[in-house]
Design a protein around this ligand. Structure first.
Ligand SMILES: Cc1cc2nc3c(=O)[nH]c(=O)nc-3n(C[C@H](O)[C@H](O)[C@H](O)COP(=O)(O)OP(=O)(O)OC[C@H]3O[C@@H](n4cnc5c(N)ncnc54)[C@H](O)[C@@H]3O)c2cc1C
Length: 387
């Protein structure tokens, strides 16, 4: 049996000092740059696009990507801390920034040529170009193999036809990674630019929560693209190869869930100490204090799973599918449970439009849907277990 030193054991449960220090910078960005914009952005359902540039200037977009293209080469863990801290202040704004610097540019960062990275990744990470990732269609969400958007060759060029929906940053994006069917069982990823003939964002969708992230329905009507737009290999890819890059995105959704759960917890705790009933603060009633005890433990457990998954993503060659699914499942469901409990702590005040917990109650529903629903995480885990 091998022995583990006390220091190494501690390392299993604590983030590296530099990552904790980075958390302070991420929190400062969230509180100073994001927080003042939240009310207006949520009220008007508009993403404050100036934040892309601000985050890019501060090197906060693409923390996990190669420094050659403007990333920080810091791995997934700091990126996750950034997502957690911004989500603590506003899940919608964090979602828009997350597509830009994390999920939407991941395929380009992995598979793009130097010319393609120079053209789209570098300006995206600098905050000069807004990006989106378009996979979901009206008739194909969880069932990604059912997508109908099709790309076909026409001489030296390609023609793209189809429709994508629920696309974050779709209404404002300058470059969109579009997943299309190339043949019966091969898929391709092409970059469509705003202004390409035949492409339009047909409508901006109204949402229950995360209102400050803009989501659109995109139409591709005989969009003609040259070879420089193709990110995938000429023979196409299996859908698994395309999704492989996105699995790490599940950990980022887990981190965002932690941010919202922590925000709800802090808000609820302050209220429980201040609000009085029957001559004492409500937090002194066991029925209320137990909610905090339980939430504290559940958030801590979700946090450990999330950081472990990120650590494994950073240190293993193979994507840790099982650990990513565990983290996404537990963190997103924990956030839902915590926000629900905190709503109860706020009583009637929580039900009032405009109360801070009311926004979290709407926003938290996002996490059980994106990057694979809860049911899809169950399927992934069951499959990993041979069921
Ligand atoms: C705010 C928001 C932003 C988004 N941003 C993007 C984006 O930027 N880019 C993008 O491509 N997509 C985006 N999406 C789409 C998102 O990824 C899909 O909504 C998600 O994958 C679920 O697909 P669906 O909505 O079609 O639901 P469906 O797949 O129709 O699922 C409906 C229900 O059936 C369940 N279900 C489906 N299949 C199974 C199964 N095999 N076993 C058990 N249960 C099953 C689901 O869990 C769910 O409960 C976004 C969605 C939202 C809400």
């Amino acid at each position: 049996m091998t022995t583990t030193s006390a220091q190494e054991t501690e390392g299993l449960f604590q983030l590296p000092t530099e990552v904790e220090e980075f958390r302070q910078s991420a929190r400062a960005f969230a509180e100073r740059e994001v927080a003042p914009l939240v009310d207006e952005a949520e009220r008007t359902s508009t993403f404050p696009v100036q934040l892309f540039k601000r985050a890019g200037d501060l090197g906060l977009l693409g923390l996990q990507f190669d420094p050659e293209w403007g990333g920080a080469g810091a791995g997934l863990l700091p990126d996750l801390i950034f997502r957690e801290e911004v989500s603590r202040v506003c899940a919608g704004i964090a979602a828009g920034l997350g597509i830009q610097g994390q999920i939407g540019t991941a395929y380009l960062a992995r598979h793009g040529s130097s010319e393609q990275k120079d053209r789209w990744l570098r300006p995206a990470l600098a905050g000069d170009l807004i990006t989106a990732w378009a996979l979901t269609e009206p008739d194909a969400g969880s069932d990604v193999r059912a997508i109908r958007t099709r790309v076909s060759r026409d001489g030296d060029t390609f023609i793209l036809n189809g429709r994508k929906t629920f696309i974050t940053n779709g209404p404002t994006a300058g470059a969109i990674g579009v997943v299309a069917r190339q043949s019966d069982d091969r898929f391709a990823v092409f970059v469509v630019e705003a202004g390409d003939e035949g492409f339009e964002c047909e409508r901006v969708l109204e949402k229950l929560g995360c209102r400050s992230s803009q989501v659109g329905e995109l139409v591709f009507d005989n969009v003609r693209l040259d070879e420089s737009r193709r990110l995938s290999p000429p023979e196409g890819s299996s859908i698994e190869a395309i999704l492989d890059v996105l699995i790490r995105g599940r950990v980022l959704i887990a981190a965002a869930s932690l941010g919202v759960a922590s925000a709800a917890f802090d808000m609820g705790l302050a209220y429980a100490k201040e609000r009085e009933a029957f001559g004492r603060p409500i937090g002194r009633f066991q029925e209320i204090s137990m909610k905090f005890a339980e939430a504290d433990a559940r958030i801590a457990a979700a946090r450990l799973l999330t950081y472990r998954a990120a650590h494994l993503c950073d240190t293993r060659d193979a994507v840790p599918i099982r650990e990513c699914a565990q983290a996404k499942l537990i963190a997103s469901e924990t956030a839902l449970w915590v926000v629900d409990q905190m709503m109860r702590v706020f009583g009637g005040m929580g039900f009032m439009r405009g109360s801070p917990i009311e926004r979290l109650y709407r926003d938290v529903r996002y996490f059980q849907i994106v990057e694979g629903t809860t049911e899809i995480q169950h399927r992934i885990l069951a499959k990993e277990l041979g069921l």
